[in-house]
Design a protein around this ligand. Sequence first.
Ligand SMILES: NC(=O)c1ccc[n+]([C@@H]2O[C@H](COP(=O)([O-])OP(=O)(O)OC[C@H]3O[C@@H](n4cnc5c(N)ncnc54)[C@H](OP(=O)(O)O)[C@@H]3O)[C@@H](O)[C@H]2O)c1
Length: 240
Amino acid sequence: MNLVIVTGASKGLGLSICKNLLKNNYKIIAISRTKSKQFIELMEKYNEQLFFKEYDFNDIENIKHLVKDIKKEFGTIYGLINNAAVGFDGVLGTMHESDISQLIRVNTEAPIILTKYISRAMLVKQKGRIINISSIIASTGFNGLSVYAATKAALSGFTKSLCRELGKANITVNTISPGYMSTDMTSSLQGDKLETIKRRSPLGDLAQVEDVASMVNYILSPDAKNITGANFTIDAGSTA
Ligand SMILES: NC(=O)c1ccc[n+]([C@@H]2O[C@H](COP(=O)([O-])OP(=O)(O)OC[C@H]3O[C@@H](n4cnc5c(N)ncnc54)[C@H](OP(=O)(O)O)[C@@H]3O)[C@@H](O)[C@H]2O)c1
């Protein structure tokens, strides 16, 4: 059973990725600060396949110890899904600098450092799949999301160069850029604004967490062995 690390697994997209991968026979190390009720139920159902590590990605220093512990306890890591993120919004001129720092730390620095240590282990095995969850906002822009957008654009750039470093070792690195999905992160966007996003998309709909989870499953599969450095947009066509 291949082992996959999913960050930000307690709810939203991360939880959906776990559900999909568990059904497809992956063993999962789920990382987040808390466990939601739904996550606990999933752990009970898949008690031999789903494991939890509590970690706050504001703590960059100890990421190396987290990876060391995981390797010691679970062995070879096949996949890494860098999904955890915060989505603070605000006009740049009035945004607290602590929020700016946290966005950069959790959304960009932490996944880069986590990838550093996990890719080392993958290099030894000459095998691996890394997926960075970005956002369509990285390339389209959105009023009030400049810092969030910067953190997500950084991940796309990270993918493009890292895939060149790791390709020879049979490790793929890809980005998935979802459009608006209904999760806790987007709970403040409701009503007319939401209907407008839906109406403007070619499919008249929104991407759902399950759509993105299916793409994660595909990228991890043997069928995707020759796909690297790519960016998959999943947004019901909103940015077409
Ligand atoms: N929702 C959208 O419309 C949308 C669109 C495009 C891209 N995305 C991207 O999709 C990914 C998932 O977003 P989502 O909508 O599922 O958000 P969400 O529902 O808010 O979930 C975020 C996850 O990240 C974890 N997390 C946040 N801060 C953390 C920290 N400091 N340390 C460890 N874990 C942390 C949370 O767990 P804890 O709180 O328990 O730590 C949670 O499991 C993100 O990368 C986001 O940028 C979302």
